[in-house]
Ligand binder design. Sequence first.
Ligand code: F6R
Length: 260
Amino acid sequence: MELVITDNAAEAGVLAGRIMADHVRRGARAIGLATGSSPLGAYRELIRQYRDEGLSFAGVQAYLLDEYIGLPVGHPQSYRQFIRDEFTSHVDFDDASVHSPDGNATDIPAAAAEYERGIAKNGPVSVQILGIGANGHIGFNEPGSSLRSRTRVKTLTPKTRADNARFFEDDLSQVPTHVLTQGLGTISDADHLLMVATGSGKADAVAAAVEGPVSAFCPASILQMHPHVTVIVDPEAAAKLQAVEYYRFAVANKPSWQSF
Ligand code: F6R
């Protein structure tokens, strides 16, 4: 696992975007996308590189981590709509190549299995960008999620629903209670996991994920079992880490031949 502490949140986003762009330039068949606020800086960098540097997503498939259950198609906070508004509609992504779990399916377990089949067919996911919840979730794998879980329905914790109410006019009653999410096993199948966390509200979760025990109670701790992980944090999100000096030293002395 590589831990990169940037000077600020804006730099974290740019670096994450550059790493994703490198995967696309190297011929990624599929990339994994997240929603929420953490990946937005990375998406802005990808859009910039599309406009200014000829980066192209033609022929690439995209898989979202998760989707709310029961939000109407086109709802601005459905993740399907969010990713189009914030990222994929601004670049040359073929809309049919941007996939998300079907949160309106009548048969949710069948929709989950179908999503897994799609990733298996079009993958592997070359790089998966991740945010982290204040309670250590990735995707919507809340504490207690099986470390080998696959795409399935989950019930959001009251903390996650409260955190996400900001996207629903601060009205908790509008935040769905259930979601379809890639499992921790599904996420772990990606070749490279790239986590972005900024702000003091993420400091405890980052420390638990990176330096705490591997535990279903901190789902993001599954990153410790993956062979290729980059965690990009700003100083506020790094504030509770113990080995900050070592992480900074390792990045400063990174061999010139080694990419992220
Ligand atoms: C969203 C997702 C979630 C978020 C997490 C952090 O697709 O999978 O795990 O990454 O809730 O959300 P933000 O980035 O809004 O703090």
